[in-house]
Design a protein around this ligand. Sequence first.
Ligand code: GDP
Ligand code: MG
Length: 161
Amino acid sequence: GQRGKSSLPHARERTLIAVKPDGVQRRLIGQIIQRFEQRGFKLVGMKMLQVSEDLLSQHYSELRAKPFYPSLLYYMTSGPVVVMVWEGHNVVQTSRTMVGTTNPTEAQPGTVRGDFSTHVSRNVVHASDSLEGAKREIQLWFQGQELLNWDCCDQKSISEV
Ligand code: GDP
Ligand code: MG
């Protein structure tokens, strides 16, 4: 494969992952973080917050016309969420695979949704669905200074880039 400068931005790819209110209530925060840590991704930002409807309406702006949108807002503001930014090679796509399909009915065992949820209305976790979406969501949820550039001591064992 290609080495050098051209592959660096890809290794620094970032995505937004959130433990939704049901995941927090069900004490799944640790298990979800563990999956991303053990996969080899690097945590570069994390906070717990009660989300405002304003933030959510921006986060889910594409879904505004959906019939389930009001119940989605209710669900997502029903309690605190833990929102994180994870960094690493192909992290956006790999995270979507780790999280599983939107509807847990179809989610494979081994995925977060396939292991911890049964219904689309309470699917435990959020993951950005594209590079552009990740960039937009990270800017929406985090201030620049809340994201840290730091060196993981095992980075050379995780990837050559
Ligand atoms: P995601 O990217 O896999 O989270 O899925 P979407 O972006 O399509 O939808 C965002 C979130 O809206 C999902 O994770 C669910 O929490 C919720 N959602 C999506 N479809 C439905 C639905 O048919 N019914 C309900 N109640 N919620 C839904
Ligand atoms: Mg989505």
